[in-house]
Design a protein around this ligand. Structure first.
Ligand SMILES: C[S@@+](CC[C@H](N)C(=O)[O-])C[C@H]1O[C@@H](n2cnc3c(N)ncnc32)[C@H](O)[C@@H]1O
Length: 225
């Protein structure tokens, strides 16, 4: 993983970063339309770019997969990548931003992955913190860790700490919904206590007047510094 390359290439995905409503290259509007999700196309483009930069033998791991939109984005154009999804499937049904979101469901996730041609992903059914703590990633070198599971302060912070032993050198850690105060606080406190990580990119979402980025994203660079 090359964090500097990620930071350099991200703006180039858009005509006017971060203001563009959509990426200009590889598109994800079909995923947004076809899979219940909590994202915008721009968020998926960012995830896809991160996954495209995985080094040989590195894995993409996400906590918080729901119906698969972010995982499909990670897979798109990145055939052969080792993909891992952690989810406890305890979300919804609910309505968010006018979107009617059905209850999380593993069978529906698997059907969505199959429909979008994503095969071979490892799905770990369980609490993200417990799954990481139990060593479920043993033997993997995680080039990208994307966190979009429980955004309460404690589990968010704990997940960032627990994934460290499995991160590649260097790696990217993508945190979704960084507009939210509990998420921002966890990132701030994590970085304050971990000199091996640094804030690489932060894109504000709705709270920053950029709903095209949902609730914002923060990308941390791990190691290699
Ligand atoms: C915001 S949704 C993920 C959206 C997804 N990334 C997308 O692109 O549409 C959050 C997901 O995290 C899962 N989740 C919530 N708390 C969790 C936890 N403690 N451990 C594992 N998964 C959790 C929920 O079941 C839900 O599927």
């Amino acid at each position: 993983m090359d964090p500097a390359r990620f930071a350099a290439e991200l703006p180039g995905l858009f005509d006017d970063f971060p203001g563009s409503e959509h990426p200009r290259g590889r598109r994800f509007d079909d995923v947004i339309a076809g899979v219940p999700n909590l994202a915008m196309e721009n968020n998926l483009a960012l995830v896809s770019l991160a996954a495209s930069l995985l080094g040989t033998g590195e894995s993409y791991v996400e906590a918080g997969t729901y119906m698969g939109a972010s995982l499909i984005a990670a897979a798109r154009g990145n055939e052969g990548a080792d993909l891992v999804a952690i989810d406890n499937f305890r979300f919804g049904p609910m309505s968010v931003e006018g979107r009617s979101l059905p209850a999380a469901n593993r069978a529906a996730l698997e059907a969505n992955l199959a429909r979008f041609g994503v095969g071979g992903a490892t799905i770990l059914d369980g609490d993200a913190v417990a799954t990481l703590r139990e060593g479920a990633l043993a033997g993997r070198s995680v080039g990208v860790f994307y966190y979009d599971a429980c955004h309460d302060y404690e589990p968010q912070l704990e997940a960032l700490r627990l994934v460290e032993p499995y991160l590649a050198e260097p790696a990217l850690v993508v945190v979704d919904d960084s507009d939210w105060s509990q998420v921002a606080g966890a990132i701030r406190d994590y970085l304050a206590g971990q000199p091996r990580a640094r804030l690489l990119v932060e894109v504000g979402g709705s709270d920053a007047g950029q709903p095209q980025w949902w609730s914002g994203m923060a990308v941390l660079a791990w190691g290699g510094v």
